[in-house]
Design a protein around this ligand. Structure first.
Ligand code: SF4
Length: 237
């Protein structure tokens, strides 16, 4: 594939077959953000220089036409947030419009607020948020993202618009908060993906957390996916 739509590899492939990254950076400044390493950019540059990638919508439309990409579920985004707080997110809106014009659907994942685009989404699109911890901890760990409460409010609002909703619990900073959130969110989400905290030291008992989270999802009838890195901990003897 040549263009903004690409096939993620490795752990990212557990989130989707296709993805598009719309912005060059992200202002949310999550302490655990992996994107600067992936992009070989300095952390400060990544968090302070946030622009739409050059000609992103034009290039997206060209690729859709040239490669006739249709009928796919396309993840937004891996190396940035599709709704960077405090920035104009019209490029995201235009990207969604282009992808859907060609018969694709989108799987959004954000710590911002995507509700401005709910009018573009339908019952085969997915709106998702990331939750790693409770609101108090998030204030320190994800200082410029929207609050956990606002993310949940947008998620419920999306469900009221009959959009599929999902939550990514990765990275996990506070297992108890994640378990509590699964219980709280179950009535208005269709799917959860659960991982762990990678690339940072932690004394969390991942096997116990993973088993508890899986049992809870089963009890609540939730569609769930345990990321390979967490599953490996759960499978240890
Ligand atoms: S929202 Fe995502 S891309 Fe943005 S700083 Fe946080 S982890 Fe990085």
């Amino acid at each position: 594939m040549r263009g903004p739509i690409y096939k993620p590899k490795g752990a990212a492939a557990e989130y989707g077959d296709y993805a598009v990254n719309i912005y060059t950076g992200c202002p949310h400044r999550c302490y655990y953000c992996f994107a600067p390493q992936v992009l070989h950019r300095g952390r400060e540059t990544f968090h302070s220089c946030v622009e739409p990638r050059r000609d992103i919508v034009t290039e997206l439309r060209r690729q859709l036409e040239r490669e006739q990409i249709t009928g796919q579920l396309i993840h937004l985004c891996f190396t940035c947030d599709p709704y960077p707080t405090g920035y104009d997110t019209t490029p995201t809106r235009e990207a969604i419009r282009a992808l859907k014009e060609y018969g694709n659907h989108v799987q959004i994942l954000t710590k911002g607020d995507g509700s401005r685009d709910f009018d573009l989404l339908d019952g085969e699109d997915w709106y998702g948020i990331t939750i790693s911890c409770d609101g108090a901890m998030a204030h320190g760990m994800e200082p410029y993202a929207t609050t956990v409460g606002d993310r949940l409010y947008a998620l419920e609002y999306a469900r009221n618009h009959r959009i599929h909703t999902w939550v990514s619990f990765e990275p996990v900073l506070d297992p108890e908060a994640v378990i509590g959130c699964i219980k709280h969110c179950a009535p208005f989400i269709q799917k959860v993906k659960i991982g762990k905290l990678n690339y940072h030291p932690s004394d969390i008992n991942w096997a116990r957390f993973g088993r508890e989270a899986e049992a809870l999802c089963q009890e609540m009838g939730l569609d769930y996916y345990i990321k390979d890195s967490l599953r490996a901990e759960m499978d240890k003897p």
